[in-house]
Design a protein around this ligand. Structure first.
Ligand SMILES: [Zn+2]
Length: 429
């Protein structure tokens, strides 16, 4: 097998320039039969070894251990940024040594999920080549009820073989981001709520698996269906509802990212001990001290300072007589002072427990003409419609995604649910 792989490597080098223009790497698998014409007359057997960069050791140490002395990778011209002094421990290097050579003549290292760097010796020279790694996207649909949290609901429908735990968490976070203007996932979930989501599962030519992107989703929250379709235009993608209105709104439902609220804090919603002893005009988000607080919408800072029971308070002024307040902050983000402009999603301060707070949490108020309103129920109107010129393209993409979302046969089959015990032990938002 090894000699075959060597030949494949040589062929690929020759073909690289040809195929680079096509944006696709013509890498062959060792198991694939090689065209006879491509075989050189002599194939030298090659020994391949794999080694891992240990904590506290340099790349030179690792190279020396594998028989390559006096090679400073940082001195080689690299087609991509590559700093051997900043490599993380655990990085895997592989070495190829033709049996006729006394030391390896090729070093390969994965510098990112998308590419590997190859260092090849010819004579006394080492050359560097960046080789893209192809990932194939597979479309997966999962669906189920949301009994307790979004994470648990998704986790129960995706097996370890489909996505690992970290990627299941990423899926939950990304899905929460899609609905950041519609749903506050830390509080809005009710018994009977359901989800469907179509996402990409990526598999590399080396067999690794990772989560790609959310493509479409349908959430049923308190009996109301919220659909979301990804659509790309002008080089960036956004989510739209079925009629082509953007899901974006002037205000986020929650000024703390779902992914920043840890499980134990998110669970505090079942124990509403915070802030009930005084007249309460806002929504409390229990979160670890220092958790970033975001501006819920574009606006101007009215004040940022100490304010009685609020502790450190930021008040923002928005359009249409709307103001938002962020209380009990540990501190303010750089540049946040009266008169400063802020954008939706910008970090303005950090969760704390200043003022009348029994524990670290954000007190958030949404006010219209000075009157506090329930930030989670306030009507934020329709999102901006898709441009007329893009409408036909959007409708075609929406219809394609609708099939993936709702037709039983073509969408990839969801795997069997993970064991319940494991799900319970790995609780996250
Ligand atoms: Zn409060």
């Amino acid at each position: 097998m090894r000699p075959v792989r060597l030949v494949v490597g040589a062929v690929v080098v020759g073909a690289a320039a040809t195929f680079a223009a096509m944006g696709r790497w013509p890498r062959l698998r060792a198991s694939e039969p090689l065209p006879v014409a491509a075989r050189p007359v002599v194939a030298v057997p090659v020994t391949e070894t794999v080694d891992t960069l240990d904590r506290g050791e340099t790349v030179s140490d690792l190279l020396a251990r594998n028989g390559i002395a006096h090679l400073d990778l940082s001195r080689l011209d690299s087609p991509v940024p590559f700093d051997p002094r900043r490599l993380r421990p655990g990085l895997v290097f592989s070495f190829r040594r033709p049996d006729t050579a006394s030391a390896p003549t090729e070093i390969s290292v994965r510098t990112s999920p998308e590419q590997r760097l190859l260092f090849r010796r010819s004579g006394e020279q080492w050359n560097t080549v960046a080789e893209p790694i192809a990932w194939k996207a597979q479309t997966v649909r999962i669906q189920g009820g949301i009994d307790n949290s979004l994470y648990e609901a998704l986790d129960a429908q995706v097996s370890d073989e489909q996505l690992d735990g970290a990627d299941r968490q990423r899926l939950a976070w990304d899905l929460a981001d899609v609905y950041a203007w519609q749903v506050d996932f830390t509080r809005d979930i009710q018994p009977g709520d359901r989800f469907r989501v179509v996402f990409e599962r990526l598999e590399s030519e080396d067999g690794e698996v990772r989560f790609g992107r959310v493509l479409a989703a349908d959430l049923t929250m308190s009996g109301k269906s919220l659909t979301a379709f990804r659509f790309e235009s002008d080089g960036h993608s956004a989510f739209y509802d079925g009629t082509g209105n953007s899901l974006r709104r002037a205000f986020l439902r929650a000024p703390v990212q779902f992914r920043r609220i840890s499980s134990s804090f998110a669970r505090a919603r079942f124990h509403p001990v915070l802030g009930i002893t005084r007249r309460h005009e806002g929504t409390d988000y229990a979160a670890a001290p220092g958790t970033p607080v975001m501006a819920a919408g574009d606006g101007v800072v009215l004040r940022a300072g100490r304010a009685g029971g609020y502790g450190n308070l930021i008040e923002l002024r928005h359009r249409n007589g709307i103001t938002t307040r962020y209380g009990h902050l540990r501190g303010f983000a750089r540049g946040i002072h009266a008169g400063a402009r802020v954008e939706q999603g910008q970090t303005i301060g950090y969760v704390g427990s200043t003022g009348l707070a029994t524990g670290p949490h954000l007190h958030y108020e949404f006010r219209v003409n000075g009157v506090a309103r329930d930030s989670r129920r306030v009507e934020l109107g329709n999102g901006a419609p898709i441009r007329d010129g893009l409408r036909a393209g959007f409708q075609a993409e929406r219809d394609r995604l609708l099939v993936l979302l709702h037709t039983e046969a073509p969408a990839a089959v969801a795997a069997a649910p993970a064991p319940a015990a494991e799900t319970q032990a790995r609780w996250l938002p």
